[in-house]
Design a protein around this ligand. Structure first.
Ligand SMILES: Cc1cc2nc3c(=O)[nH]c(=O)nc-3n(C[C@H](O)[C@H](O)[C@H](O)COP(=O)(O)OP(=O)(O)OC[C@H]3O[C@@H](n4cnc5c(N)ncnc54)[C@H](O)[C@@H]3O)c2cc1C
Length: 427
């Protein structure tokens, strides 16, 4: 008898946990599970600011798919089309491999990508922050700017090179700026000719406070801690134009800089729009069982899906790792239920709180709605990530311990060129 084949598109929080739960449910080989993802790892995105901040070894923020999902067939590649009538997914892989795989059940978990706003010069002069390549590029860029600031005789150029602008004060921008500031301060300290100079970090957002959309107490804590650290927070401000040697702000100010980091937000992967399914702000519409209406064999979850939030009627769930992970797991269980194992259940999940890591033993967190700051919040934040990480815990802890006693290693690896990480989404 042919085994049921379940195909999952995307190996992020939703797809990874869906595949893992399906392997548990299908122990004994009751189903064939196929996971299509462009990389052979699941990227644990919340640790990426620690990579660009030079604290974490890049590999330690990744989780090997083949090593941790031994019962899953991992297809390295990008899904390019779905034929819902023939029940097939086409994909392209490395070395021009092209293929088609048929499915009995399909899970859409393609996540999201950087959002580019039509602001002049941004596509040319800014870099996004979502992939490993972007994090490695940024780490080099921060070190490079300090090293070039040391080389120049022009005070003006030195100031510009030591100025870093992050646009978007959501959790990504806030954490990238916080970790970036610590890295550049550590690298400046290793350059005696720069003694007395402090890198300037600007964090901009059109909202009137950082971490818009999160608990206001979390946002107040982060704002207080970052200002105390000397970060220049400019709220209610956006970028009017980016040029090679700086940014024009909506206030009319010009900030000379060579580093513009674009963390303005994410949008669902454009691949989802190409499927011809009903979408809401680019996310595939599903019912509370994560099933696509009219396509009983197709499920969607995570950032890719507009999942009704039963805890906030009329709303859809936020684009967070917490929701993506739980939805992935539920999609797996509901698929098992479709084969007679258990009962299908609707998605209902109250946010358990949020953590924002500010580096240097500092964080803002509100686990179970208790507002925390400083080292206690940092311990909760790092502890949460350790528990949530499916692998590499010892390696990550080793990096944190080394980072607490050693300065950051000020070397550029130079493996990612700026042209390798254009802000424009290319697929
Ligand atoms: C820097 C950063 C920090 C964050 N920190 C937090 C945090 O602290 N807490 C929190 O709750 N959330 C955080 N988030 C948000 C969280 O990471 C996302 O909500 C989460 O990753 C969504 O999971 P997902 O599985 O839906 O998508 P993703 O994790 O984006 O995974 C999607 C996967 O699908 C793959 N894919 C895309 N298109 C295709 C295709 N056509 N074919 C095959 N594969 C495809 C992608 O390569 C990727 O591997 C952070 C995000 C970023 C960028």
């Amino acid at each position: 008898v042919a085994r049921a084949r379940i195909v999952i598109i995307g190996g992020g929080f939703a797809g990874y946990h869906c595949a893992r739960e399906l392997s548990r449910q299908a122990r004994g080989g009751a189903a064939e599970i196929v996971l299509i993802n462009p990389t052979d790892y699941f990227l644990y995105l919340p640790l990426l600011p620690q990579v660009s901040g030079g604290l974490l070894d890049p590999r330690h923020a990744t989780v090997s798919l083949p090593a941790t999902l031994p019962d899953v067939k991992v297809v390295l590649g990008q899904a390019t089309a779905v034929d819902f009538d023939a029940r097939t997914v086409s994909f392209t892989g490395p070395e021009d491999i092209r293929g088609t795989v048929d499915y009995d059940r399909l899970v859409l978990a393609a996540g999201s990508v950087n959002k580019l706003l039509p602001i002049p010069g941004v596509a040319d002069h800014a870099h996004g922050f979502r992939s490993m390549a972007e994090a490695m590029y940024l780490r080099d860029q921060l070190i490079r700017q300090v090293e070039l600031a040391d080389l120049t005789d022009s005070a003006e150029e030195r100031r510009a090179r030591l100025t870093f602008v992050v646009v978007g004060a959501g959790y990504t921008g806030t954490e990238v700026a916080a970790y970036g500031q610590l890295l550049t301060e550590s690298v400046v300290a290793a350059h005696p000719r720069l003694a007395g100079l402090t890198p300037t970090w600007l964090l901009l957002d059109t909202a009137d406070h950082p971490l818009p959309g999160l608990d206001p107490r979390l946002s107040r804590t982060a704002e207080r801690e970052l200002r105390a650290r000397g970060m220049d927070l400019r709220m209610g401000v956006s970028v009017k134009e980016a040029v090679a040697d700086g940014v024009h702000l909506s206030t009319g100010d010009f900030v000379p800089t060579r580093t513009l980091i674009w963390c303005v937000g994410v949008r669902p992967d454009p691949f989802l729009d190409s499927l011809g399914l009903k979408t809401m702000k680019g996310r595939v519409v599903v019912d509370e069982y994560l099933v696509v209406p009219g396509q009983p064999r197709v499920y969607a979850c995570g950032d890719a899906a507009a999942v009704p939030d039963l805890t906030r009627p009329g709303e859809v769930t936020a684009m967070t790792a917490q929701h993506a992970q739980r939805q992935g797991k539920l999609a797996a269980r509901n698929i098992a239920a479709a084969y007679g194992v258990g009962e299908p259940r609707p998605y209902r999940h109250h946010e358990l709180g949020f953590t924002v890591d500010l580096g240097g033993g500092d964080a803002a967190a509100n686990p179970l709605r208790v507002s925390l700051s400083g080292p206690v919040a940092a311990a909760v934040t790092l502890g949460y990530h350790l528990l949530a990480l499916p692998a590499n815990r010892t390696r990550v802890v080793a990096d944190w311990l080394l980072g607490a006693v050693e300065p950051r290693q000020p070397v550029q690896l130079g493996v990612v060129e700026p042209t390798d990480v254009p802000l424009e989404t290319t697929h």
